[in-house]
Design a protein around this ligand. Structure first.
Ligand code: 9D3
Length: 251
């Protein structure tokens, strides 16, 4: 079981990630557990204030340091073997391989989990990071309004990696990204759509040829669209030949 403790001012937003599809089924099966901690519940004043003005001035507000620290420590008490991950634009960009490493740890120990700290406003007091944050992660180079969508992305991507989360016919390491390549094209009925037919090999019934064709498409599309993914790996002789055939056919 993988446990997620999410520190957020918008718990209902984060919980909605468990309402659909793969993540919903995983939650029903008990493969994951979500616990939300709302910093507002740790605010001490009558107005339950969770933000304050930044020292040094400037626009925007900062999440109140003492309130957030109490919330993080409460989460740590409930989930003592979890790492605290702060979602922020300053973090290291999340990639599939770090998620695999993380899910591998959980699968091995069955007790690890994540405390996902979601910021709002301009961010959180730096001292909370110093005192309680183990890792700082970003989900990509674009600007979000807060950490919740980042936390939901992590919950979705990590849940898919847990044994039993995906249906029997699929598996996490059939996913194209875990092979480090983009996926091949997919087709279903009808056989002709507005004059467009399907590649004949897919109707040949020759499963070796079909697998070769799919591999060739994956290699060709990765070369054309994401050459950075190919530069990181060494292609086998067979993959090199398949890519050459693809490039000859597509010149
Ligand atoms: C426009 C505000 N910016 C001032 C220079 C800084 C800023 C503060 C807070 C930008 C974004 C945010 C909120 N973002 C997140 O909490 C966040 C995030 C993101 O924005 N991009 C990618 N990954 C993440 S994870 C959390």
């Amino acid at each position: 079981m993988m446990r997620f403790d999410i520190i957020t001012l918008f718990p209902e937003m984060v919980r909605s990630v468990t309402e659909y599809g793969v993540v919903s089924r995983a939650a029903e099966q008990g493969l994951i557990e979500l616990h939300c901690i709302n910093p507002r519940d740790y605010a001490m004043d009558n107005h339950r204030t969770v933000d304050d003005r930044p020292y040094g001035g400037g626009p925007g507000m900062v999440m109140k340091a003492d309130v957030l620290l109490s919330a993080v420590r409460a989460a740590r008490q409930q989930a003592s073997s979890s790492k605290v991950v702060y979602l922020s634009p300053q973090g290291q960009t999340v990639h599939q391989d770090m998620l695999k490493r993380m899910s591998g740890m959980v699968n091995a120990t069955d007790e690890a989990g994540l405390i996902l700290l979601c910021g709002r406003y301009e961010g959180i007091d730096e001292r909370v990071i110093q005192l309680e944050v183990d890792e700082e992660w970003s989900i990509g180079d674009y600007i979000l309004s807060g950490g919740e969508l980042g936390a939901m992305v992590l919950i979705d991507a990590l849940t898919r990696l847990l044994p039993g989360a995906l249906g029997h016919e699929q598996s996490a390491d059939q996913d194209s990204f875990s092979k480090g390549l983009l996926d091949c094209p997919h087709y279903t009925r009808p056989e002709e759509l507005e004059g467009l037919s399907i590649p004949t090999v897919l109707k040949s019934g020759d499963h070796v040829k079909i697998a070769q064709w799919r591999r060739m498409q994956a290699l060709g599309r990765t070369y054309a669209r994401r050459p950075d993914l190919l530069e990181k790996r060494e292609l086998s002789e067979q993959d090199k030949t398949l890519l050459e055939v693809f490039l000859r056919q597509h010149q």
